[in-house]
Design a protein around this ligand. Sequence first.
Ligand code: MN
Length: 228
Amino acid sequence: MPEYVFPPPPQPFLPIRGSSAVFPIRRIFCVGRNYAEHAIEMGSDPTREPPFYFTKPADAVVIGGADTPYPTRTRDLHHEMELVVAIGRGGSHIPVGEALSHVFGYCAGLDLTRRDLQNEAKKTGRPWDMGKAFDHSAPMGDLVPAAGIDCSRGRIELRVNGELRQASDLSKLIWSVPEVIANLSELVALAPGDLIMTGTPEGVAAVVRGDLLEGFIEGVGEVRTRIV
Ligand code: MN
C-alpha cells in the first residue's frame, strides 16, 4: 500500500436487501434513449439507433432514501426513472446468452438530469457530463439479488408527490438487459461493482425543491428521495 498524502475517498456502495454486506460501486454506465416513447419525446427516431452510453461518477449515488439537494446552475432538473443492473462478475465480449450470469442484482434508480445543460450540450456538440454526471445525480434504492428476478418484464413507474409521472414496462426496453451488457462489454471490460442504468421510459419532466420522488419497479423494489 502506498502512503497517501490524504485519506483516500470512501468507497461508494449500495445496501443489499436482506444482507448486512454492501455492494461496492466501481463505475456507473447509463444507456441513452432505450424506450421508444422516450426517444420520440426527446425528438429522436427510436428505430435506427444502436445503444449509446454516458457515465456518472460512483459517488453520485444517493442511498437510503436520503434527500437530494437541488443542483446548482440549472432551472430544469428532470427525473428519469430507470432499472439499474449491478454487475457481479466482469468480462469482455460477453455473449448475449451468457450476459445474465454476470448480474449480481438489480435496483430502482433515478438518472437526474440538468435538462437545460444537456440540451445546450446537444446543440453545441459538447459533452453531456455537466448535464448528467453532477453530484447527487443518481438516487438509488437497495440492491436486490438477481436470483428469481425476471428483468424482461415488469411495471416501472415514478410518482412525484403521489402523482403518477412515468409508467411503462421493462418489456418495452429497445435494448434488453442481456443485449446492453453484451454491447457495453464490447466497448469496455466490465468489472464487478459496475452499475448500468438502462434508460428511462416516457414522461420525464421537471422537479422542484420539496418534491417527493417515489419510483417502483415490479419485482425489484423502490427508490425514494426528496429534492431539497
Ligand atoms: Mn437516463
